[in-house]
Write a protein that binds this ligand. Structure first.
Ligand code: 2HG
Ligand code: ZN
Length: 500
C-alpha cells in the first residue's frame, strides 16, 4: 500500500522543488535558517534514519532535522506546514511497525528528537519528573532512581528507545501488569502542533477535570497529530525487595491459573508474569552468549514471574515458594527455580529479553502482537497453534510475552535450512488467520507495538467504521494539511485528498 504523501498538488508554491524530487534546495535552505547548517543532515548522513530497525522499510528524505529547542521545532513545523512538507518524527528507531521511517518519495523531512534530551526537573514531593522527548528511557529511570523513586516502564530496548517514542506509541513492556502502559504513566505533555503552536500542560497535576482530554490524543498517535517534545511523568516508590522465579507450567491455562493464585496470595505484588515457550530457551541458549537453561528437564511452557515491593521486609520469596509449592502439588507447575541472587535474577531476565534478538539470529520470522482477554488466552494459543501446525508446518511457533496483560508475541520462525523467503511469502495469509482469531475472541491485532505503516490496512479492517471516521476527523482537526507523519496509522482519506 503506498504511503500517502502530504500534498501532491502544490506545484508553484514554496517547497515545490523538494516535492518534485529535486534536492529541495530552497526548503533545505529555509530549514538551515531555522536550525543552523550543522543541524540539518542531508545525503549519506541521513542513512541511519531511513531504515526501520526490522529492515521492513527503506525510505528517502529531504533531510534529517536535529533541533535543539522547542522553539526550533515550532518554527520548523510552521515552515513545513506552510510548504506542505511531510514531517516524520524519529526517536530511538526501536519501533516494530515502521512508524518512524520516511516514505520513498524523498520529499519528507525526518525530525529527530535526539538533541532534546534534558531531564528538565524532578519533583519528588509530587512524585513526578519532566523529561524531554529525546531522553533515553534508561536515562529517565536513572533520574528517578537518583531521587529515590521508580519510573516503572521497562522494555528490552530501554537502553536506546526514547521517551518521545514511548509516548507516541503508548509503549508497554514487562511491568504493565502492575503499572500500566505508557499512557498510564503520564501527567502532562508539551506538544508542538502541525502549524507550530505549542500546547503545554507540564504542571504535573493528578486531578484536572477540565473538558476533553486533548493531551491523551497524542499518546499512541505515532506523531500523526503533532510532535511531543516533553512530558511530565509519574514516579513511584522505589523497589526495595523482589522475588523472581522461573517455573515450568503444565500448559497455558495453568499459567493463567498460577497468575490468579499469585495475585490473590500477594496482593498487588505481582509486577511481571511472562510466558516463555521451550523454543524460547532453545533459541536464546543457541544464539545468545551466556544464556543457560534455568531448569534441568525440558518442558513445553514456562513462566518468569516477579513479585516486588517498596518495603524491604516483605516476605516475597516465602509467598512465591508457597504458591509454587501448592501449584506443584496440584500439577499446575512441573518444576521451578527461584533466583537466589541479583545475578541469577538478571540471568533470568536476560533469557526473556533476548528472545527477539535470538529469533532474529535464527532467520526470517513473522510477528503477531496480539492480545485477548486473559480468560480467552488458552483458547487463542490452542487454536492458533493448531492453525500454524496445519497450515505452516515448516515454521516454528515462538509464542511468548506478557501473559498477565493477555498479550502474546505469537511469532513464527523459519526452521534452519528452510527455503529462503518461503515463510515471509506467506506473511499476509498467516497474519489474516491469526488476527481474525484474536479479534473473534474479543482481542486486538496490535497490543503494544502500534500501527505505524505496517498495520494501516489492519486498522481499516478491524476498527469499527464509526471509530475510523472519528479518527479521521481528529486527524483533520489537528493536521488539516496532512503533514504529520503521513501514511502512518491512517491512510489519507478521500476527503483529505480532495482538499489538497
Ligand atoms: C518483547 O516483548 C517485545 O520482547 C518484542 O515487545 C516482541 O519481537 C517481538 O515480537
Ligand atoms: Zn512485548
Amino acid at each position: 500500500m503506498p504511503a500517502a504523501g502530504p500534498d501532491d498538488t502544490a506545484g508553484g508554491r514554496p517547497g515545490a522543488a523538494a516535492r518534485d524530487g529535486a534536492p529541495g534546495g530552497a526548503a533545505q535552505d529555509a530549514l538551515r535558517g531555522i536550525l543552523g547548517a550543522e543541524a540539518l543532515l542531508t545525503g549519506a548522513a541521513c542513512e541511519p534514519y531511513l531504515v526501520d530497525q526490522r529492515g521492513l522499510y527503506r525510505g528517502r528524505a529531504l533531510g534529517v532535522a536535529l533541533p535543539r529547542s522547542v522553539a526550533q521545532v515550532s518554527r520548523l513545523l510552521a515552515l513545513c506546514n506552510a510548504q506542505r512538507i511531510g514531517v516524520v518524527p524519529h526517536g530511538g528507531n526501536t519501533g516494530y511497525c515502521g512508524g518512524a521511517t520516511p516514505d520513498e518519495s524523498g520529499r519528507q523531512l525526518v525530525l529527530s528528537l535526539a538533541r532534546l534530551n534534558r531531564i528538565r526537573s524532578v519533583d519528588p514531593a509530587n512524585d513526578s519528573l519532566i523529561a524531554e522527548a529525546g531522553c533515553i528511557l534508561a536515562q529517565v529511570q536513572e533520574a528517578a532512581s537518583q531521587a529515590q523513586r521508580l519510573f516503572p516502564l521497562s522494555l528490552g530496548s530501554e537502553g536506546s528507545c526514547q521517551i518521545g517514542g514511548n509516548l507516541s506509541t503508548n509503549a508497554g513492556g514487562t511491568s504493565v501488569l502492575r503499572y500500566g502502559m505508557m499512557r498510564d504513566l503520564v501527567l502532562g505533555l508539551e506538544v508542538v502542533l502541525a502549524d507550530g503552536r505549542v500546547l503545554s500542560s507540564l504542571s504535573g497535576l493528578r486531578k484536572d477535570n477540565t473538558g476533553y482530554d486533548i493531551r491523551g490524543l497524542f499518546l499512541g498517535a505515532e506523531g500523526t497529530l503533532g510532535v511531543i517534545t516533553a512530558a511530565s511523568l509519574k514516579l513511584f516508590p522505589q523497589i526495595a525487595s523482589t522475588a523472581t522465579a522461573f517455573a515450568a507450567v503444565a500448559d497455558v491455562r495453568a499459567a493463567v491459573t498460577l497468575l490468579a493464585r499469585l495475585r490473590a496470595a500477594s496482593g498487588e505484588r505481582v509486577s511481571s508474569f511472562e510466558l516463555i515457550p521451550r523454543i524460547g530457551i532453545e533459541l536464546t541458549t543457541q544464539h545468545i552468549p551466556g544464556v543457560t537453561d534455568p531448569l534441568g528437564a525440558s518442558h513445553a511452557w514456562y513462566v518468569l514471574c516477579e513479585l516486588s515491593s517498596a518495603r524491604a521486609a516483605e516476605p516475597l520469596a516465602a509467598i512465591l515458594t508457597e504458591v509454587l509449592g501448592a501449584a506443584l502439588d496440584d500439577g499446575l507447575v512441573l518444576d521451578a527455580a527461584l533466583a537466589g541472587s541479583e545475578r541469577e535474577r538478571a540471568a533470568l531476565w536476560r533469557l526473556r529479553e533476548t528472545i527477539p534478538a535470538a529469533q532474529r539470529k535464527q532467520g526470517a520470522g513473522l510477528k503477531h502482537d496480539i492480545s485477548v482477554p486473559l480468560s480467552a488466552l488458552p483458547e487463542f494459543v490452542a487454536r492458533g497453534s493448531s492453525w500454524v501446525s496445519t497450515h505452516v508446518p515448516g515454521a516454528r511457533l515462538v509464542a511468548y510475552g506478557h501473559v498477565g496483560d493477555g498479550n502474546l508475541h505469537f511469532n513464527l520462525s523459519e526452521t534452519q535450512g528452510a527455503v529462503r523467503g518461503e515463510l515471509t511469502a506467506r506473511a499476509a495469509e498467516v497474519q489474516r488467520a491469526l488476527h481474525d482469531l484474536a479479534v473473534s475472541l474479543g482481542g486486538s491485532f496490535s497490543a503494544e507495538h502500534g500501527i505505524g505503516r505496517l498495520k494501516v490496512a489492519e486498522l481499516e479492517r478491524y476498527a469499527p467504521a464509526t471509530e475510523l471516521e472519528l479518527m479521521r476527523a481528529v486527524k483533520r482537526a489537528f493536521d488539516p494539511h496532512g503533514i504529520m507523519n503521513p501514511g502512518k496509522v491512517l491512510r489519507a482519506a478521500p476527503a483529505d485528498r480532495d482538499e489538497r
